[in-house]
Design a protein. Structure first.
Length: 122
């Protein structure tokens, strides 16, 4: 009976450890969250070079939604768009952590963050 109790405790402990490891993997740590990127864009007055210098190669955690064939967004009211440079085929969005490639904002374009590879989203 004592051996059975020890085995059960070990199995339970192992499942708890495996469960916490899986949860940690699913919630990948990002360099920025959406609010931080929005604040950075606003603080730089939307300057493409300034924003790109700070975000290129960094990861962003957000909940993306499709807004068209190639365009994604988090909040339609913000006016910030996202475009996948690679891996767009079949990408539906959702809670993701993705690497940012660059930011573009000009008089003739909407403010847009280009994402490195949407296919890499978990």
């Amino acid at each position: 009976m004592k051996k059975m109790h020890s085995t059960l405790a070990a199995l339970t402990m192992g499942a708890a450890v495996l469960g916490s490891a899986a949860a940690a993997h699913a919630a990948a740590k990002a360099d920025f969250d959406y609010a931080q990127v929005m604040a950075l864009i606003e603080a730089s007055a939307g300057d493409s070079k300034t924003v790109t210098d700070k975000i290129a190669g960094k990861t962003l955690a957000m909940n993306l939604k499709r807004s068209g064939e190639k365009v994604l967004l988090v909040d339609p009211k913000d006016g910030l768009f996202f475009v996948c440079e690679k891996g767009d085929a079949g990408f539906k969005g959702g809670e993701v952590v993705l690497k940012m490639a660059r930011f573009v904002s000009a008089d003739d374009t909407e403010p847009t963050v280009f994402l490195d590879n949407c296919a890499s989203a978990p």
